[in-house]
Design a protein around this ligand. Sequence first.
Ligand code: RNT
Ligand code: ZN
Length: 421
Amino acid sequence: MPPFSQNIQTACQLAQERYAALGVDVEHALKTLSQIPISLHCWQGDDVGGFENFGGTLGGGLAVTGNYPGKARTPDELRADLNKALSLIPGKHRLNLHAFYGEFGGKKVDRDAIEPKYFKNWIAWAKQNGLGLDFNPTCFSHPKSADGCTLSHPDKGIRKFWIEHCIRSREIGAAMGQALGKTCVTNVWIPDGMKDTPADRVAPRARLAESLDAVFKKQIPAKLNLDAVEPKLFGIGSESYVVGSHEFHLGYAISRKKLLTLDAGHYHPTEGIADKISSVLQYMPEILLHVSRGVRWDSDHVVVLNDDLLAIAREIAANGFEKRVHIGLDYFDASINRVAAWTIGTRNMIRALLIALLESPLIRSAEAAGDFTTRLALQEEARTLPFGAVWDYYCEQQNVPVGDAWLADVKSYEKDVLSKR
Ligand code: RNT
Ligand code: ZN
């Protein structure tokens, strides 16, 4: 029997022939794929805990369920876990940090006092590993957000506090962009909303627009930092009203030339974000995605290779939007091994992009010719094309484990490292 890698090459060659007959250039697809970075969310590694020293608990309606052992307790542990996950994921990627993951050296540094210096180890680590960094102000898990209100707060002092936090966050983003030579995307999400029907839906939104304008007042070169705003339909504790709704932030992003963040879990349960991509890109140059998986609600389950994910990837690849759509992940599962959660979700995102990049141009030309029969036939046949063989080949080419071989690696890491925490 030939070595495994010989089998992989043979299988990929056969797949390549199938794809060539459909007008698909597999090598080209793999080259494109290798140039699409995914921004891994640091918060999967410690259940959205962060490293502040004032014992805050998770707020803002975010809920992490499960108590799987071995979560990262320190920045070094989180980086070690990320290194492990990244060694199992093909390609070169990015890390998405939240402000409360700064390294404050045991000091109580409040959110309105954060500075780039608290992120110097993250920057050095990113540089060493050739990664880009993205950033987020943390407008939750804090006494000043305890009533579920931040940038739209009726109290001017509290608004000012969060404005300052967001201003500093953009500056940290710019410092990251500068240090790494890779543009940082800083995404503002706030939990503000109401549990029950508000009497006044207008004033909080007017305050939010005003606060955001203050946050974005200072021009920062787009090469260093891009700003994004993330809308949401509802959250725990904000079931009836969210100040930063989809329409609010869509309008804000277009009128202020910001990026809109589309989070897959932030809409009605049957409303996907795939169809929104080509709509909003008519009016803005770039967007950010938070690829997530809601199960009946914004539950942030690990991303799986389902139709929603395939549709998102398809809209990016089929339209050549790779440079205009920044792909970030946003989920948190504490009921399984956290390194595995990163690995599974990120590999799925990349796998979905691969499947999308292998789409036959004959499907689009059939549509252009008005032949919807052929379109549907080819779309359905595409579901069982041998993309798995190409994926295995890509993993091998990128020097990461093929198939479920990565799992043994995670299991031994769990035995040697995670279980000792
Ligand atoms: C919350 C938003 C937000 C957060 C992260 C931790 O509903 O999706 O993006 O998940 O900032
Ligand atoms: Zn999100």
